[in-house]
Design a protein around this ligand. Structure first.
Ligand code: TMP
Length: 209
């Protein structure tokens, strides 16, 4: 089986953390080798950039922010993602380039065409094989972020920002349905979990238990 690069994405408060655990136990159950990683982050350089990017005290312009996301990504692909795939290990990344299109593009207003240029420069033709997009309505996202004690630089943004972020995610998923699986995160946990397991079973060609 060719190793796959799978990403999980969605607006803040969509329930990524809970569902990463679902994905983790699915891989364990199926006995498939897998590496879990995240963006921004995944390498020492990436984690250092993450600190800067999420720190509410950081003043970074929108282009600087976009370049830092891609700087972290470049190192991540080179040092972690490609080597793991070359070793026959599946890789699951908590966020990837879709987040840059959604947050820096949709949220901040960086032209999507500019992000495409950087994507091409950093990744060439490298894209996730499967992207699971956890989708929740804005009110759910805002309510869940509201319960976070210390909000990071992105979580401090307002409803309009997250509305645009969500729109870009959904547009991207609609434009390439063969790569994206949109999972409705606004349901009881068990239903969301079943939804994710169904996507993974379908993608890897397992018959559901
Ligand atoms: P989280 O994934 O732990 O929620 O935090 C990462 C934050 O960084 C999240 O608010 C989304 C944001 N982000 C971007 O704005 N652009 C990106 O390219 C990535 C990977 C994340």
């Amino acid at each position: 089986m060719k190793p796959s690069f799978i990403t999980l994405d969605g607006i803040d408060g969509a329930g990524k953390s809970t569902n990463l655990a679902v994905i983790r136990s699915w891989f364990e159950r199926r006995g498939l080798p897998v590496l879990f990683t995240r963006e921004p982050g995944g390498t020492p350089v990436g984690e250092a950039l993450r600190e800067i990017l999420l720190n509410p005290a950081t003043k970074a312009g929108l282009r600087t922010e976009t370049l830092m996301m891609f700087a972290a990504r470049q190192q991540h692909i080179e040092d972690v993602i490609r080597p793991a795939l070359a070793d026959g290990v599946h890789v699951v990344s908590d966020r990837f380039t879709d987040a840059t299109f959604a947050y820096q593009g949709g949220g901040r207003g960086v032209p999507l065409a500019d992000i495409e240029v950087l994507e091409q420069w950093v990744q060439g033709g490298f894209r996730p094989d499967l992207t699971i997009l956890l989708d929740v309505p804005l009110e759910v996202s805002m309510q869940r972020i509201g319960q976070t004690r210390e909000k990071d630089r992105f979580e401090q943004e307002q409803a309009g920002f997250f509305t645009r972020v969500r729109e870009v995610y959904l547009q991207r998923a609609a434009a390439a349905p063969q790569r994206y699986a949109v999972v409705d995160g606004n349901r009881p946990l068990k239903a969301v979990r079943d939804g994710i397991e169904k996507v993974l079973d379908g993608y890897f060609g397992f018959v559901q238990d």
